[in-house]
Design a protein around this ligand. Structure first.
Ligand code: SF4
Ligand code: SF4
Length: 487
């Protein structure tokens, strides 16, 4: 008796609704948030950009995407090992949309269903008043489906561009068609396919069973207290409270009221044992909590593990090696992603040296050594720079050159003479000539390959080299052997 007095009714439904609200608000608001002109997540195919955690990456930097996908999948797998199909019942848009359509629109708003507690009985759509309500419910959901489809699109076309493009629909039929296609699918899926999507279509339901272990928490019927309702072959052996007690003894608590069955969105009887169709929504737990509260007993369907409730081996171990392993792998991948992202360069530069090692010319061009005043030789190395401005605005770029070894003189930039502008997103080819009039090295036997570092940078608004938009590249400068120069 003393235990019965302390029983507390815990309902999961309000918590689940809260999770849906948070997930929906986050999904809707996130595309609108910009930090420094960048979004939290945006994979823009028209601008060939990836925004991740408010940092902009170019398509050439998509090497980060596998890490993002790894984090996503490992999180879902880890969540499954920990709490079964928790993702399905608590976060998945399919479940959220079904709750909005079935429980909010059909049940609460239009009163087509008696109660959210009975999800088995479909409304009688042949009744005249239900026919009109059916049309209204589909219309309301269609509007929400278009918003959901547009929201999905905002992760590929940011809202600021999306609404601009809508002003000019003729030029953006692919985008509009995609949004309408997704919306049409959502209407068909949520109104007609329903939870059959979770049971028969969703690939996640197929893989999740291999991830479970005996400590995975899920909705479990406690047949020690409730009594066996199905035999080993899954045949139902008790259909009434009388049969429950006949088969299991007087202490068996299940009243065979089937509240847990009626409320189940995937139409299963949790008393049959673990089933792939269960999305861990815990509606059955809430239903039995209410029934058992009348007898001052804790619920017979619990959010618990097989280890604790079925095998009675002890307490569920939440932080077991498998879970710690998932957390560790997640932390490691997140650190790798963070480190790689922090090494991100804010401009792209490829340097190719011309096939010819060098040229020796006179300067001023065409003058004769020893004849013309101020005439001197220069050693010239030519390069092709392929530069891309990955920022959103037109910027000017320039560079400087430093030898990596000690040499007797200076390498100068003869071309281009001054900073040059590059339009965002455009790959600009630039022929660059590096020259020297000094005897950098005096080698009588070989041409000398001098390693150099090229520091390329954008100029900020004050015309000063930007610290952020700047890259270093290794290259070489070939200097001729001494006798060639003497000739
Ligand atoms: S709600 Fe509880 S008491 Fe009713 S049938 Fe389900 S398990 Fe039995
Ligand atoms: S069995 Fe329970 S937890 Fe599983 S889907 Fe049905 S109501 Fe949800």
């Amino acid at each position: 008796m003393s235990e019965a007095k302390t029983i507390k009714k815990t309902h999961w439904r309000p918590k689940r609704y809260m999770a849906y609200i948070i997930a929906t608000v986050v999904a809707l608001v996130l595309p609108w948030i910009e930090v420094g002109g960048n979004h939290f997540f945006l994979l823009s195919f028209d601008k060939m950009k990836l925004h991740l955690a408010f940092v902009q990456f170019d398509m050439q930097e998509l090497y980060l995407m596998p890490f993002v996908l790894m984090i996503l999948f490992i999180s879902i797998f880890g969540m499954t090992v920990f709490g079964g199909r928790m993702f399905c019942g608590w976060i998945c848009p399919q479940t959220t949309f079904r709750v909005i359509f079935r429980d909010l629109i059909e049940t609460k708003l239009l009163k087509m269903r008696r109660s959210v507690k009975n999800k088995q009985k479909e409304p009688d759509y042949s009744k005249p008043e239900n026919k009109a309500k059916r049309v209204i419910s589909i219309l309301i959901w269609s509007v929400l489906a278009v918003i959901a489809a547009a929201d999905f699109m905002w992760y590929f076309v940011p809202p600021e561009d999306f609404f601009n493009y809508l002003n000019n629909p003729g030029d953006h039929m692919v985008m509009i068609g995609f949004v309408l296609g997704v919306a049409a699918f959502l209407v068909f899926d949520i109104v007609f396919i329903k939870e059959n999507f979770c049971v028969y279509v969703c690939p996640y339901s197929r893989v999740q069973s291999v991830l479970y272990d005996e400590h995975t928490i899920m909705a479990i019927y406690d047949e020690y207290r409730g009594g066996k309702i199905y035999d080993e072959n899954h045949n139902k052996i008790a259909n009434s409270i009388k049969e429950v007690k006949e088969k299991n003894g007087e202490n068996a608590l299940c009243t065979a009221c089937e509240s847990c069955v009626k409320v189940c969105p995937t139409h299963i009887d949790i008393r049959k044992g673990l089933q792939l169709e269960c999305i861990n929504c815990l509606e059955c737990v809430d239903a039995c909590t209410d029934v058992m509260a009348k007898f001052n007993e804790p619920t017979l369907v619990k959010w618990s593990s097989e280890y604790e409730t079925l095998f009675r081996k002890g307490k569920t171990r939440y932080f077991r090696p498998k879970i710690i392993g998932y957390i560790a792998v997640l932390i490691i991948i997140t650190i790798i992603l963070g480190v790689m992202a922090s090494k991100k360069e804010y401009m792209l530069l490829n340097i190719n040296k011309e096939n010819r090692n060098y040229s020796i010319v006179t300067e001023p061009r065409g003058c004769k050594l020893g004849v013309d005043k101020d005439c001197h030789f220069v050693v010239e190395n030519a390069y092709e720079f392929l530069l891309q401005n990955t920022q959103n605005e037109k910027m000017k770029f320039f560079f400087e050159v430093k030898p990596d070894i000690k040499v007797n003189g200076k390498i100068n930039i003869s071309k281009p003479k001054k900073p040059f502008a590059v339009t965002p997103g455009i790959k600009k080819k630039k022929i660059v000539l590096l020259t020297t009039k000094d005897i950098l090295v005096d080698d009588t036997r070989h041409d000398v390959i001098i390693p150099i570092t090229i520091h390329a940078y954008a100029l900020d608004k004050d015309g000063k080299p930007s610290k952020k938009i700047s890259v270093l590249r290794k290259a070489t400068f070939v200097f001729p052997r001494a006798d060639i120069l003497k000739k």
